[in-house]
Design a protein around this ligand. Structure first.
Ligand SMILES: Cc1cc2nc3c(=O)[nH]c(=O)nc-3n(C[C@H](O)[C@H](O)[C@H](O)COP(=O)(O)O)c2cc1C
Length: 224
């Protein structure tokens, strides 16, 4: 699918068909997801894909009983590592080997930088990991839709309960959930008029920032 069409037609979908996603297809989607950019290329993301009914039911319990978590073929828990150093050795070794760094000293100083950054507060580390992990989450949704697989990003879950239910180690921040599945033939999410969007003139600010005091919503499919 052409990128403009991909962006224009993606919707958050709640109703899914029974058609299951082939493993190969899921694999391709996740492969493209890993091409998302991240701070220092540290790739803090992890994806826990739940495909079994029983696992999705457990997820539903911590997701305020949102049904689409179970109706979707696959529900993904998107996690972000708050340990910045986790992959830094390997990542900077790759930079060195590929000529992005002039020598080993620069590699070592980058590793040290990341170690220093790793002493920031837990709150700052959560912000850090959420930036890159959210970009991967968006990439996942676009990669899925490119395969005809709809998605829904979700913040409606109890983070503490999720961590406990799925034994998520302390170092990982649950960033969001993403449901994945072929859309039901008659899903209202796709058939209904697209939800309004704040216009470009209200959200884009050149040279200085002067937020608009009123909210206007426009039909995003219209040429305005
Ligand atoms: C961070 C985030 C959290 C969201 N949480 C939920 C959620 O818990 N449940 C849900 O059904 N939809 C959720 N959504 C979907 C939004 O409602 C949806 O993206 C928005 O209404 C715009 O519709 P569209 O995605 O179809 O363009 C979430 C979206 C985002 C980006």
């Amino acid at each position: 699918m052409d990128f403009t069409e991909l962006v224009q037609t993606r919707r958050s979908v709640h109703e899914y068909s029974d058609q299951s996603i082939e493993e190969d297809t899921l694999q391709r989607i996740f492969k493209r997801t890993t091409l998302a950019p991240s701070g220092y290329n540290l790739q803090p993301w992890e994806f826990v894909a739940l495909r079994e009914e029983e696992s999705k039911e457990r997820l539903k319990e911590v997701a305020y009983n949102q049904d689409h978590v179970v109706e979707a073929d696959t529900s993904v828990i998107v996690l972000g590592s708050t340990d910045l150093t986790r992959h830094s050795e390997a990542v900077f070794e790759d930079w060195l080997a590929k000529g992005y760094l002039p020598n080993n000293d620069v590699k070592e100083s980058l590793i040290n930088n990341v170690e220093k950054m790793n002493t920031m507060s837990k709150a700052d580390k959560r912000t850090w990991t959420t930036r890159s992990t959210a970009l991967a989450a968006m990439t996942l949704m676009f990669a899925a839709w490119d395969e005809g697989i709809a998605s829904c990003p979700m913040e409606g879950f109890d983070s503490e309960a999720l961590v406990e239910t799925f034994d998520i180690p302390d170092e990982y921040e649950p960033v969001m959930l993403i449901t994945l599945g072929y859309p039901a033939a008659d899903t209202s999410d796709i058939e209904n008029e697209r939800k309004g969007r704040r216009p470009v003139d209200d959200v884009v600010h050149y040279e200085s920032f002067d937020p608009s005091s009123e909210t206007t919503l426009l039909d995003p499919s219209a040429d305005n």
